[in-house]
Ligand binder design. Structure first.
Ligand code: ADP
Ligand code: MG
Length: 240
C-alpha cells in the first residue's frame, strides 16, 4: 500500500510543533429566542498525530463543535488555533482557504456524487490544488489504493457497498493531505461489518501519522480512538 500523505511543512520557527487543534475557552450560543448555549466554554488540544473521539448523545452539542472545528461556524467567544494559526482573527475568505487546505471531512451520509465514478469523486477534491491534472490523477489513484479500492475506480458509488462508499469518502478526504480529518458519525449509516472496515482504515491512517477527530454517539466506535472525550449538554469531559 502507498503511504497516506502526511504534511511536514508547518513546524514553526522555534522547532515546536503546534497542536493541530487548540481551542481556548471556546463557546457557542444561539441567540434564539429561546437562547441556547450549545457549547459551554471549552479548551481542547489535539496534538499532531492523535486519534481522538468525542462521544455524546443526540442534542449534546457534537455538530456545533464539529462545525467550529471545521471552520464552518464561528465561536461566540474564545480562540481557535488550528495548526498554529489563529483562525478567530481571520476573515471569511482566509477561513475558506484554511478549510480547504488543512481539513478533510467525512460525513455520515457519504455525500458522493452518484453520476461520477469513484475516481472522479476523489479527483474533484483536488480541483483547487493548482496541481497539473496528471499529478492530481496520480494522487487520486494513490488515495484509492490507500483505502483498498483501486479495483473500483471506474464504478459509480451507487454500485458499491456502504462500507466501500465510506472508504471512497475517506479517500476523497485525505487526497488533499489534510492536517486534520474530521469525521461526523462516520459509521452512522453502516452495519457492524462495514463499520469495522472504516474503523480499521482509521487505525491505518492513524498509524501513518494522520490526526483524526471522530464524533459519534456510539461508545464502541469512540472506544477505538486513542483518547476519548465525552460531551453532555455542551460540556466536555475527558474519559479516563
Ligand atoms: P448533536 O449534534 O450532539 O445532536 P447539536 O450540536 O446539533 O447536537 O445541538 C446542540 C444544541 O444546540 C441543541 O439543543 C440544538 O437544538 C441547539 N442548536 C444547534 N444548532 C442551533 C441553531 N442553529 N440555532 C439554535 N439552536 C441550535
Ligand atoms: Mg449532530
Amino acid at each position: 500500500m502507498t503511504a497516506a500523505p502526511v504534511r511536514e511543512d508547518a513546524v514553526v520557527e522555534d522547532g515546536e510543533v503546534p497542536p493541530v487543534v487548540d481551542l481556548r475557552e471556546v463557546s457557542r450560543s444561539f441567540p434564539g429566542p429561546p437562547a441556547v448555549t450549545a457549547l459551554h466554554p471549552v479548551s481542547l488540544r489535539v496534538p499532531r498525530g492523535e486519534y481522538l473521539s468525542i462521544v455524546g448523545p443526540s442534542g449534546s452539542g457534537k455538530s456545533t463543535l464539529l462545525n467550529l472545528l471545521g471552520l464552518l461556524d464561528r465561536p461566540s467567544a474564545g480562540e481557535y488555533w488550528l495548526d498554529g494559526i489563529p483562525t478567530h482573527t481571520v476573515g471569511e475568505r482566509q477561513r475558506t482557504a484554511l478549510r480547504g487546505g488543512l481539513i478533510g471531512f467525512v460525513f455520515q451520509a457519504f455525500h458522493l456524487l452518484p453520476h461520477r465514478t469513484v475516481l472522479e469523486n476523489v479527483l474533484l477534491a483536488t480541483m483547487y490544488s493548482g496541481l497539473p491534472r496528471e499529478e492530481r490523477l496520480h494522487r487520486a489513484y494513490a488515495a484509492l489504493q490507500r483505502v483498498g479500492l483501486e479495483h473500483r475506480i471506474g464504478f459509480r458509488p451507487t454500485t458499491l457497498s456502504g462500507g466501500e462508499r465510506q472508504r471512497v469518502a475517506v479517500a476523497r478526504a485525505v487526497v488533499t493531505a489534510p492536517r486534520l480529518l474530521l469525521a461526523d458519525e462516520p459509521t452512522g449509516n453502516l452495519d457492524t461489518v462495514t463499520s469495522g472496515e472504516v474503523l480499521d482504515l482509521f487505525d491505518e491512517l492513524h498509524a501513518d501519522g494522520l490526526t483524526l477527530l471522530v464524533i459519534t454517539h456510539d461508545d464502541a466506535v469512540a472506544a477505538r480512538a486513542q483518547r476519548r472525550v465525552r460531551i453532555t449538554d455542551g460540556v466536555l469531559r475527558e474519559v479516563p
